[in-house]
Write a protein that binds this ligand. Structure first.
Ligand SMILES: Cc1ncc(COP(=O)(O)O)c(C=O)c1O
Length: 468
């Protein structure tokens, strides 16, 4: 295929996409394949000779869609959503076509400058203080790893990046057990080590206990460790728990520690002023990450990291060799110096299209609906015989168990979950909460309706009635 056929095949892909999106509700949400099914349909070697696009496209239609879990299905209530509002998909098509590598201002002036403006738009939309700046990352894991590396280097006076970390005082990072496993990954990859991630006990609301944090820091100093930073949870993955940000930031600041807030999911909801109480005090944090693809509607992937002061992070991960210098422009913003990868995609474009095509008010309405429908669903399930709400709705997330008399609730819940997902009308996943196997429900897909949410009740009723 050459450029002269670009219109033909991109139109064909767009037509396919429209039909796919229009028909999503008629598909089972989760792929109905078993491991190895897809690989068995592919030749074991790449073709030596070119193949016609007609054949390639036909194979795509034959093999791929039915073997995918449909993340844009309006009844996808699993994990956290990964969205793709139509306008952001269009922006992504444009970015794909230009295929720019946006590492420097010079390699992509519009991408760099739109990124800067989008960071400001989002900062203001989320109600953050005007001193925050930031950049776009691929994922929250990368942003958190960058923040943890900054914690490390700040504590070592930026000597770890030059001399290595051997021989230094052992660092300590603090977080609660409600934080995502990306925090564990960040301390592992940064050379700090899993054993030096101190999981601070939580209270009855699953919030980190501030006094336990203060005590742990004191004990660690006395034992010869070097406390470096705290990762604060806002909207944890398992049950949506949030720390008391103000209290934790206050302790961290008094101890000279760097703070990073992981609001990967819940951050999007902060465009609604009424939900901002869950991160009161956030303006005192050093670094904040949230994923607009999770709940705001931006096409996956786009993660935003806000920084109170970018200098410590740029000192940690930034490098400017001669071949990356922009002659005559020493002060120019080159976002690769703010992040781990050198190469960067033009992710800001889809944020620009998203916020303009739906307006902040349109995005707020969706999030408010998700929260309201989640609460309504939780109340309806609470009223069903043999069901128990285990954790109350936090924004658009709650967990529940199936507790038929005389059976083990964990086993009964697990069996029911498998039956729900085999049924295919909705897709839900699980977590382990206080040793209990619970089903997680979260609403967040861009086109999801109240009827889609309430389908969960219909499915539960049908399955309980029909028994396995
Ligand atoms: C609270 C939280 N933090 C971090 C992550 C990791 O996100 P990413 O896939 O962008 O690395 C997730 C993923 O679901 C999450 O829920």
């Amino acid at each position: 295929m050459d450029k002269s056929e670009f219109t033909k095949w991109s139109n064909r892909a767009t037509d396919w996409g429209q039909t796919y999106l229009d028909g999503l509700r008629d598909r089972p949400v989760r792929a109905k394949v078993t491991p190895g099914d897809v690989a068995a349909m592919l030749p074991s070697h790449a073709p030596d000779q070119p193949e016609p696009m007609e054949t390639i496209f036909a194979d795509f239609e034959r093999i791929v869609p039915d073997a995918m879990t449909h993340w844009q299905h309006p009844r996808f209530f699993a994990y956290f959503n990964s969205n793709a509002a139509p306008a952001s998909m269009v922006a992504e098509q444009l970015a794909n076509t230009m295929a720019a590598q946006c590492m420097l201002w010079q390699t992509s002036p519009a991408a760099t400058e739109i990124e800067g403006v989008m960071i400001n738009w989002l900062r203001d939309a989320l109600g953050l203080a005007g001193h925050f700046t930031g950049s776009i990352q691929d994922s929250a894991t990368t942003a958190t790893t960058t923040a943890v590396l900054t914690m490390r280097e700040r504590a070592y006076g930026w000597t770890g990046i030059t001399k290595g970390i051997a021989g230094h005082q052992q660092l300590r990072i603090y977080a609660s057990a409600q934080t995502h496993s990306s925090i564990d990954k960040a301390v592992r990859l940064s050379g700090i080590g899993q054993d030096n991630l101190v999981k601070i006990p939580t209270d009855e609301n699953y919030q980190m206990r501030p006094e336990a944090l203060a005590q742990a820091i004191k004990d660690d100093r006395a034992a010869g460790f070097l406390p470096a930073g705290v990762v604060i949870c806002v909207g944890g993955t398992s049950i949506g728990a949030s720390d008391d940000v103000a209290a934790i930031v206050k302790i961290a600041k008094a101890e000279g520690l760097y703070t990073h807030v992981d609001a990967a999911w819940a951050g999007s909801a902060m465009i609604c002023p009424e939900f901002r109480t869950i991160w009161s005090g956030v303006d005192g944090a050093d670094s904040i990450v949230f994923n607009p693809h999770k709940w705001l509607g931006a096409q996956f992937d786009v993660s935003v990291q806000f920084l109170a002061d970018p200098v410590p992070q740029i000192r940690t991960v930034g490098l400017r060799p001669a071949y990356l210098q922009t002659i005559g422009e020493d002060e120019i913003t080159n976002y690769n110096e703010w992040t781990i990868p050198l190469g960067r995609r033009f992710r800001a474009l889809k944020l620009w299209f998203l916020m303009r095509a739906y307006g902040l008010e349109g995005l707020r309405t969706r999030i408010r609906n998700h929260v309201a429908w989640t609460a309504e669903l939780a109340e309806t399930i609470r009223a069903l015989p043999d069901f128990r709400i285990v954790t109350e709705p936090r924004l658009a997330l709650f967990t529940f168990q199936f507790t038929p008399q005389g059976s083990d609730a964990n086993k009964a819940t697990e069996t029911l979950l498998q039956r729900i997902n085999d049924d295919g009308r909705v897709y839900l996943t699980q977590t382990l909460h206080d040793g209990q196997f619970v089903i997680r429900f979260t609403a967040g897909q861009f086109d999801c309706t109240r009827d889609d949410v309430m389908t969960v009740v219909e499915v539960l009723a049908d399955l309980v009635q029909s028994k396995p």
